[in-house]
Design a protein around this ligand. Structure first.
Ligand code: AMP
Length: 220
């Protein structure tokens, strides 16, 4: 096992980033940092910032870069993330965010790798419509395989549909992915950090594929 890892997960909404991030964080014993989960928690708190974030999220728009970068910088300065690394899920989503991340990580050696989960747009649209999530721990479920009484198996909270998994917001989020986030694939390929992983199949199989690719990279 690699002792800790600093990893970014890229992929369209619905590519399985949340599920894989959770599995990878258990595998490598590093924190899972999801900007979407952080923003949803803030939105549930009902604060002014939370209301503002919810407005962007429900419309499928991106939260402004300065807000996102501030939040992530704070998370990355915590002891666990500094000492052992992290799995970043949903960040960066723009060039500006990617450059800010590079600057923050420069003093401690930068990223180890960026995994891009490859799934067709047709498949993610289907997955998003069928997705149910635990608002507390972020675990993902499929509408056809819900846990007993809709209670999350990890934390016991009720599993729900996300407010932004509506047809309009899904369309907007995928358009923004192509426009703003997909160019990061080249950005990270140029830096020799990119691992493209087939994101279709059983989640455990996808984890195994990812870990194999990362192990091979750490040996080379
Ligand atoms: P996610 O859970 O990653 O799909 O994120 C849900 C929503 O949170 C997105 O549709 C955006 O509105 C917002 N969001 C999360 N991460 C970012 C980010 N890195 N940059 C801008 N907005 C973000």
């Amino acid at each position: 096992m690699i002792p800790g890892i600093r990893l970014v997960l890229l992929g369209k909404q619905g590519a399985g980033k949340g599920t894989q991030a959770l599995k990878l964080s258990r595998h490598y014993h590093v924190p899972h940092i999801s900007t979407g989960d952080m923003f949803r928690t803030e939105a549930r708190s009902g604060s002014d910032l939370g209301r503002e974030l919810k407005g962007y999220m429900d419309a499928g728009e991106l939260v402004p870069d300065d807000v996102v970068i501030r939040v992530v910088e704070k998370q990355l300065s915590t002891g666990a993330a500094r000492a052992r690394g992290f799995i970043l899920d949903g960040f960066p989503r723009t060039q500006l965010q990617a450059k800010a991340l590079e600057e923050v990580l420069a003093p401690f050696g930068g990223l180890d790798a960026v995994v891009s989960l490859e799934v067709s747009t047709e498949m993610v649209v289907k997955r998003l419509a069928a997705r149910r999530v635990c608002p507390k721990c972020g675990a993902n479920y499929n509408v056809d395989e819900l846990p007993e009484a809709n209670i999350c198996e990890n934390c016991g909270d009720e599993v729900v549909q996300r407010d932004d998994d509506t047809p309009d917001a899904i369309r907007r989020r995928l358009a923004l992915y192509e426009e703003q986030t997909a160019p990061l694939i080249e950005f990270y390929r140029d830096r020799d950090l990119l691992e493209e992983v087939d994101g279709v199949g059983d989640p455990q199989e996808i984890l195994d594929r990812t870990v194999r690719a990362l192990d091979a990279r750490s040996r080379s």
